[in-house]
Design a protein around this ligand. Structure first.
Ligand SMILES: [Mg+2]
Length: 398
């Protein structure tokens, strides 16, 4: 049976939430992230701001230079997480095989649901409508025979888009994209392809695998070979020899605000999980790096018995590492979050994403985490109520 995968992706999520919460911001360039004048970056921006060339991860100072009239707002992570939960709860009603991959993105395996729910496009429209009615936010849905193409499809008609790539249309769809639109093709690869005088997806497809490997290295060669055939997993720029994925942040001024630091950890977890997915890899080991004001540096890690499968899970693990290593008052200069012992998933095995055992374990974990969160109040800020005893209980459940 041909798989039917949905990729759902909120449009300019943080900025849209801000515009929804304050209608006066609608139609304005809204930039969510660090305060202008500091060393931080843009976390998200509205479509109006994108017209000024602003994008996420851009230094905030540059964003300010390009759009001084923009509305610059701080990140309100707990608000976004609450709305994300509402949205994801709607989405997961439509498929037992649901995987949230970041605060505003998820995959749904809709294979075989047609008899129950009707044609995939109709289901997608219903999901979009329900989410809009409940939250006022728009999202884009891509439908395709695999995750890689579903991701490209959701991107294709943004914002408020819906696009389906039918089985058999993969290459025709890809031929309409430019090389930079291929998910996982970064600036360096584009430059290399340009040097080789390869300008289009169709041209790239003419090259046999061994030639691509010799021109671009085996990791990128294989990735591109599959990508232009609509099969790729999106290994991004990572080589197969890399065994960890991490992100870290150095603060402009040393910090010791526990709640703020937890938000930073969550953001980093989000980014790391996103990359893990892009690279179609998996890991059981969560890591944290802390550097104090005096450059004293601590690394710690924890390995669990199953594949770490969500931002929330990684956050829970790294947050407990953080809490057990930080004295609560020493100023912190740097925080890093990572996954180590990363192994690449074979994308030919359909089982990788929705592996039954992993899935069941994840469901149990989610349920446990949810109950605890409810007991402790809000998910993030109150998670510190989990004590050592609780952590041991979780380990037993695994
Ligand atoms: Mg999004």
């Amino acid at each position: 049976m041909i798989s039917i995968i949905f990729h759902i992706d909120l449009d300019a999520f943080y900025a849209s939430v801000e515009q929804h919460d304050n209608p006066l911001l609608k139609g304005k360039p809204v930039i969510v992230g660090a305060i202008p004048g500091t060393r931080g970056v843009v976390s998200a921006c509205s479509y109006e701001a994108r017209k000024y060339g602003i994008h996420s991860a851009m230094p905030i100072s540059q964003a300010y230079r390009q759009c001084p009239q923009g509305v610059f707002l701080p990140v309100r992570m707990s608000r976004y997480m609450r709305i994300s939960e509402v949205i994801m709860n709607i989405a997961k009603e439509y498929s037992p095989e649901f995987q949230q991959v970041s605060i505003d993105e998820a995959y749904l395996d809709m294979t075989g649901t047609e008899r129950l729910f009707g044609p995939p496009e109709d289901v997608a429209l219903t999901i979009k409508k329900n989410i809009r009615n409940k939250t006022g936010l728009t999202l884009s849905i891509g439908i395709a025979p695999n995750k890689y193409l579903a991701k490209l499809a959701s991107e294709h008609k943004k914002p408020d888009g819906l696009y389906r790539i039918m089985d058999g249309e993969e290459e025709a769809f890809l031929d309409r994209l430019s090389l930079k639109d291929l998910w996982g093709v970064g600036k360096k690869t584009l430059e290399r392809l340009s040097e080789l005088n390869i300008r289009t997806v169709r041209e790239l497809r003419l090259y046999p695998l061994h030639i691509l490997n010799s021109m671009l290295g085996q990791a990128m060669g294989e990735f591109l070979y599959n990508a232009v055939r609509g099969k790729s997993s999106g290994i991004h720029t990572m080589t197969p020899r890399s065994h960890s994925i991490s992100n870290e942040i150095t603060f402009e001024t040393d910090r010791k605000d526990s709640e703020g630091l937890q938000r930073v950890i969550f953001e980093l977890c989000n980014q790391v999980m996103h990359r893990l997915l892009q690279e179609k890899s998996r890991s059981k080991t969560a890591c944290i790096k802390l550097r104090y004001f005096n450059f004293h540096t601590i690394n710690a890690q924890q390995t669990v018995r199953h594949w770490i499968s969500s931002t929330e899970e990684l956050f829970r693990l790294t947050k407990s590492l953080f809490e057990s290593r930080w004295d609560g008052y020493s100023p912190i200069r740097l925080i890093g979050i990572g996954l180590s012992n990363v192994v690449k998933t074979d994308y030919h095995t359909q089982a990788e994403l929705f592996d039954d055992n992993d899935y069941k374990k994840k469901k149990v974990e989610e349920a446990v985490f949810k109950i605890k969160s409810q007991m402790g109040g809000t998910k993030i800020t109150r998670a510190s109520l989990m004590n050592k005893k609780d952590t041991r209980k979780e380990t037993e459940i695994e």
